[in-house]
Ligand binder design. Sequence first.
Ligand SMILES: C[S@@+](CC[C@H](N)C(=O)[O-])C[C@H]1O[C@@H](n2cnc3c(N)ncnc32)[C@H](O)[C@@H]1O
Length: 309
Amino acid sequence: MTDRYDLPFATGYHAPVLLGPTLDALVTETNGTYVDATLGGGGHSAALLERLGSDARVIGVDRDGEALAEATARLGNDRRFETRHGSFIDLEGLVGEDGPLDGVLFDLGVSSHQIDEAGRGFSFRHDAPLDMRMDRTQPVSAATLVNEADEADLVRMLFVYGEEPRARRIVRALLAARPVETTGQLAEVVRAAVPRLDEAKSVTRVFQALRIAVNDELGALETALDACVQLVRRGGRVAVLSYHSLEDRRVKRFFRTGRFDETTPGRDVFGNSLAPFRDLTRQPVVADETEVAANPRARSARLRVAERV
Ligand SMILES: C[S@@+](CC[C@H](N)C(=O)[O-])C[C@H]1O[C@@H](n2cnc3c(N)ncnc32)[C@H](O)[C@@H]1O
């Protein structure tokens, strides 16, 4: 049986998802400038560098210092490659001087390494301090939110970011159990608050909600996509791999309208849409059975690509 380590450009750190379709859609200029806004273990960047010409540039961004170290060890000898430490919420500040860009890639969420590393506190499969910060230099961890946020904020967090229908009940149990310091404790409190059949789903949803909140994942995505309007040249591409519907919905709406709210963009005098991007994926690209069998993480991946117009 194949496992994720057999996939192209996979390492023990992470296996890049939907690699072929992502690069096919992203690359329009072989000697262009590309930003990998979620460098991780550098799998997508490594494959991208292999496709590009000798005058190309790939700038890898990550908010996690460990990811930058991993990718630099892998790709640091390639003079076409450089890294920047920071969140893509500040894409403009990080790569604003490097444009116009030919392509930007977002492979959202966390890497396999971040999940597997017990001490990072992302997974309920290991008992560890409740951390979940992708950037360990930032002050607010999941423990801070669980133990200090007020009831209404916690309920909203679980409803909106976790789409958890029993948010109120779970938050009441959390407040009674404070302080909640570890992933194991949190999972136990959630399990005890919901019917047995829903335990696994609720624990997953609560962990997702906290991770999104701690790292402001949706706010960063919206700000970064907006920045791409200025940073990407006409004809350049933005490719986004998302792993849950909250992200995918935002990407789809933005690629079609240039907005995140429900309004539609205006039209010019000829009736053409004034949206800054043309959506190239009416249906998102998903992984095939072989990839999902080798790498279960690929199951929820949705690739959307848009061209700057
Ligand atoms: C799914 S992994 C990327 C894996 C990578 N494509 C590879 O092939 O190895 C996502 C990475 O994005 C980083 N990340 C998530 N949100 C970020 C943000 N707002 N700014 C910068 N990096 C971010 C995470 O730290 C993680 O390393």
